[in-house]
Ligand binder design. Structure first.
Ligand code: MN
Ligand code: MN
Length: 214
């Protein structure tokens, strides 16, 4: 509520979520928020120099209209520079979709860190008349399970985990997500969260210290 954004968003991605419905008509305020919350509206981003960046990608929920429209709720949206949104962030989204199309089951977590980014209208800490905090960076963790439905049983110390932390700035459209690879350990330090907390400790320690190199 104090930031006007989610702290994190998490979702599963596999082939069965993918389809071909049209993108939802537009962005909406999230009416599920408590009534005393500061409700963020789509036009709080208008003219800000930052795009309405989806965390769960619209295309990751494309087999029915209801699921697709849920990705357009403002609680799934962060102020993200267009260069990041359409550059390295998109590249990792495309890779994730490719992996899902290959039959893999992905668990994805994404969110904001810090305060203050540089969009097309320059540096800003807040937008929407102070309602929405602009993150300094956006991070994401993608856990790639080779086979669906095994959940924790499908995880080994060879499980691919892709962790990135991308600065919320302009001029990075030609960069690769690989330029921003980090470890889950680093993201835990950055955010204060314990990610993958249901994974047994020993495995968690191994996977969280590893930087993806594929
Ligand atoms: Mn996007
Ligand atoms: Mn952890």
């Amino acid at each position: 509520n104090s930031k006007g954004t989610a702290n994190w968003v998490s979702w599963q991605l596999k082939r069965s979520w993918l389809g071909s419905v049209d993108r939802c008509g537009g962005f909406s305020p999230d009416s599920a928020l408590p009534s005393n919350f500061n409700i963020v509206r789509p036009n709080d981003y208008s003219g800000s120099g930052f795009s309405r960046g989806h965390m769960t990608r619209s295309g990751d929920r494309s087999n029915n209209q209801t699921d697709n429209c849920a990705t357009f709720l403002m609680t799934n949206i962060l102020p993200q520079t267009q260069d990041q949104n359409g550059g390295p962030w998109l590249e990792l989204e495309d890779l994730s979709r490719d992996l899902a199309q290959q039959g893999k089951e992905l668990y994805i977590i994404a969110g904001p860190a810090g305060e203050g980014g540089t969009g097309t209208k320059g540096f800003a800490e807040k937008i929407g008349k102070g309602k929405v905090t602009v993150p300094a960076s956006l991070w994401k963790i993608v856990v790639v399970l080779d086979k669906p439905r095994l959940r924790l049983k499908g995880m080994t110390d060879k499980t691919r985990v892709i962790a990135v932390d991308m600065p919320n700035i302009t001029g990075i459209q030609k960069k690769s997500y690989k330029d921003y690879l980090t470890t889950v350990d680093e993201l835990e330090k950055l955010t204060g969260y314990d990610f993958l907390s249901d994974v047994p400790e020993v495995l968690q320690a191994a996977l969280e210290a590893k930087k993806d190199d594929q």
